[in-house]
Design a protein around this ligand. Sequence first.
Ligand code: PAF
Length: 291
Amino acid sequence: MSRSPQIVRTMPALRRALDGLRARKATLALVPTMGALHDGHVSLVRLAKRRADKVVVSIFVNPTQFAPTEDFGSYPRTWKEDVAKLAAEQVDAIWHPDAKAMYPDGFATRIVPEGAASAGLEDRFRPHFFGGVATVVAKLFTQCRPDVAVFGEKDFQQLRVVTQLSRDLDLGVRVIGSRTVRERDGLAMSSRNVYLSPEERRVAPTLYRTMKEIAGRIRAGNRIEAAVAGGAELITDAGFVLDYLEVRHAETLAPIASSRNGSKQELKDGPLRILVAAKLGKTRLIDNIGV
Ligand code: PAF
């Protein structure tokens, strides 16, 4: 059974909606999104529903996290379908400000995150990105004042950045990561997958398959460098232009030095995470898995 969520577009309307939702000490979860919702987002909403009494989903394509050369203008916008999906999940409210409501005239504050945000992964290729994400997420957290917020693990570095942000700024929001949802062939669900041509879509799961292969080799005791070099070759041979393919510490995102014991990699340095970003034609895909 679906129930229409309240749709709120202005700060006064949001305050009224939150006062209602917060009545009788109900706990609140926020799921921040940019819309174009797919089953990965639905899984975030379902996790949010398990962690709090009420759920607000924000839909805002945030201009400040896109460089002028990126796809802000063409980013998929599927408002009607998004509302239907959230109604089916019995979400309580959708926070859908326009750019003016989020960044009114004269807006002049930007958060510049460090730590995980300068780990040399996404930030190396999208230097503007985490400043835009941190600024909008800090605003979403202060606007909605949720107890918990749910983010997908697919954007693994982003998950680390917003976790740190909430802690550092005492925002009082517990950030929860949710497992990546994959297509049957392993491709991580992403709103940007719609950009892939049929041929690119066929090739795209190479990223996941290759990371699994690398994880297996590392677990079997092979040197990280050799496993990654082999993986990079598979990915470029499949037609991708690789931005990065790296093994990092899953908590700190620090680079992992190889071999502690002759030619055997010891995993006691872990938990390890393999992270990849690569372009296939015009589409940039990112993904990651644990070792
Ligand atoms: O992951 C996203 O969809 C966005 O980066 C987020 C967290 C909603 C901020 O705009």
